[in-house]
Write a new protein. Structure first.
Length: 112
């Protein structure tokens, strides 16, 4: 019985998948960094991080930006790896975790 559950489409070149991810990372990270900068500037003589919920939101968004940066590094790294498909799958999981954290952080910012 074959237990290999990998999708054979990802065993070859990942170039068609790379460019859309790089573009979306740039757009989302730009939005997140702009959101954080505006939040810090609009504090009006009060500290931007005053409550525990503020720290939670900023921590979540900064973790998301960090994961996006790791994803971007993995996508742009030009070293040849033996199993490009497996590397892409891991990068995709990091990318999706970053998106989920970004939406959780932004939802928290809007509801707090």
């Amino acid at each position: 019985m074959d237990t290999d559950t990998r999708d054979p489409r990802f065993d070859g070149e990942i170039a068609p998948y790379r460019q859309p991810m790089v573009t979306s990372i740039g757009i989302i990270m730009g939005f997140l960094l702009s959101f954080l900068a505006n939040w810090a500037v609009d504090a009006d003589d009060q500290p931007a991080l005053e409550y525990a919920s503020d720290y939670a939101v900023v921590g979540t968004l900064l973790l998301s930006v960090t994961l996006f940066t790791v994803s971007l590094f993995r996508l742009l790294n030009n070293r040849i790896v033996a199993d490009a498909g497996a590397r892409y799958q891991r990068t995709l999981h990091i990318y999706m975790a970053a998106i989920v954290l970004a939406f959780v952080g932004l939802t928290g910012a809007l509801t707090v």
